[in-house]
Design a protein around this ligand. Sequence first.
Ligand SMILES: Nc1ncnc2c1ncn2[C@@H]1O[C@H](COP(=O)(O)OP(=O)(O)O)[C@@H](O)[C@H]1O
Ligand SMILES: Nc1ccn([C@H]2C[C@H](O)[C@@H](COP(=O)(O)OP(=O)(O)O)O2)c(=O)n1
Length: 251
Amino acid sequence: MTSVVVARSTLHHLNRCWFPALITSAKQSIRPCVLPQYARSSCSVRVRSFAAHRAMGKPKVVFVLGPPGSGKGTQCEKIVQEFGYTHLSAGDLLREERNREGSEYGALIEDNIKNGRIVPVEITCALLENAMNKTIQATGNDRFLIDGFPRNEDNLQGWTNKMADKVEQQFVLFFECSEQQCTERCLKRGESSGRSDDNAESLKKRFNTYINDTVAIIKHYEELQLVKKIDASAGPDAVFEHVKAIFGEQK
Ligand SMILES: Nc1ncnc2c1ncn2[C@@H]1O[C@H](COP(=O)(O)OP(=O)(O)O)[C@@H](O)[C@H]1O
Ligand SMILES: Nc1ccn([C@H]2C[C@H](O)[C@@H](COP(=O)(O)OP(=O)(O)O)O2)c(=O)n1
């Protein structure tokens, strides 16, 4: 597997800002799936210093929201290919941390995921910030799709307090899709995903969380006129035509 390795000293410096216990292995690697195409195919990625990077402006962030199974991950992969963003999935980062040997948050993360609840923001935001910093250091790419975050008031507050001033919020992509259609997609995905939450019981809870907690976050961003809503009920390529039009409008 191709991977980009970041020096331990750099990570220790970065991790001091957040939960130091998160991600402390000797070498950290970014999985190719979170890197844009050009970074995957090259071993000699360009590394910029923070000072040089700051001179370029703040990292740009697009939040990607929608119910479970609405196609957030599928569309993010296409956006990465076409527009060169880096895709950071909050769910993937949490699953990775849950699986990391020695993680003190593994059990807590799994309990929340299985029950469709949202993990405390201190953990999720630390994982996101670390992943952003590692990507910028390793590739210089400072445009991020943050998928599945913020999902509740705790997520929003934590991000606002810790990260909002450090980034340029471009917009929020919202994939709209019915519960029935999303449930069918997730149950199908569950046949091969190995995910502990792609089953009927967990899905019911995940949808309750979506309706009770996430919808209010989307409304909040709608009031700020930041939401770009997309009908996600069609097939992946048809949905991407709409996505493309939105990203094409950006500078
Ligand atoms: N537009 C679509 N039409 C039909 N199936 C889709 C579509 N988008 C994604 N899928 C499938 O539905 C499942 C959930 O998609 P995914 O992108 O993982 O959603 P999310 O990240 O929102 O949970 C996957 O198995 C994926 O292949
Ligand atoms: N901001 C987030 C995102 C995901 N999680 C947890 C709880 C979610 O049900 C699971 C799965 O999220 P993921 O975004 O991977 O998947 P779905 O959009 O639900 O299909 O991860 C979280 O606690 N906080």
